[in-house]
Design a protein around this ligand. Sequence first.
Ligand SMILES: Nc1ncnc2c1ncn2[C@@H]1O[C@H](COP(=O)(O)OP(=O)(O)OP(=O)(O)O)[C@@H](O)[C@H]1O
Length: 245
Amino acid sequence: MAGHTSSTNENQILSTDGLKKSFGGVMAVDGLDISIEPGELVGLIGPNGSGKTTTLNLITGFLSPSDGEISLDGKDITNKKPYEVSTLGVGRTFQISKPFGRLTVVENMMVPNVSVGPEERDERIWELLEELHLDHVAENRADELSGGQKKLLELARVLMLEPELILLDEPAAGVNPALMDEIIDDIKRINNRGTAILVIEHDMSVISALCERVIVMNAGRQVMSGTFEEVQADDQVREAYLGGT
Ligand SMILES: Nc1ncnc2c1ncn2[C@@H]1O[C@H](COP(=O)(O)OP(=O)(O)OP(=O)(O)O)[C@@H](O)[C@H]1O
């Protein structure tokens, strides 16, 4: 069975095959098979506790799976360490942004270990700060930023490593609605340049504005994948949401 899936993995930037993670008796992820095409912008939704964040933690190596495989560009990355996964081209932001609060915005941008010289690094930093509307707060301490600006800083920092795939964990949480429209445009622009994005989000207006495809999880498994309209119209999905609350 593994042989069958690995032959199709080469066209996918990311795929999980029978992925499982248990915490004691809780099966947080329970045989998850999902895949992302290069350049896709995909939403990952599901009720609280359905395993979304655990899935991100497994893909990025923050957790080891109990079973199953994860491939990136057709290569097995199961059990790789977080820094290895990041070096291989996967960027990730967190539900609660964690910039280095005492460092300035620019200093935060110097944290990723880029493989270019200092001049090119600085050029990249300023391009990204400008693109993500942070150039005017570049010398401010990161803990002085608003919730939305912290999310943008985290995204800018991830982009320093020019990832092929970015995993966003709740980009709308704690962001004021005015800035959210800007963040939606930023995410779309980054995706239009060819970066694949998988986004976990509870705010369905953000999912419908962003995603060409939505994967629905419940109880650690994929229950459906389709356009936002298809997913919204599905009885099983409604049941999953109602069952989870
Ligand atoms: N480190 C852990 N130790 C024990 N149980 C955990 C751990 N992390 C997650 N779980 C459990 O695994 C299940 C899936 O949690 P997870 O956070 O992945 O869900 P989620 O879909 O991201 O939820 P939310 O939408 O609330 O963020 C839950 O039952 C949760 O309590």
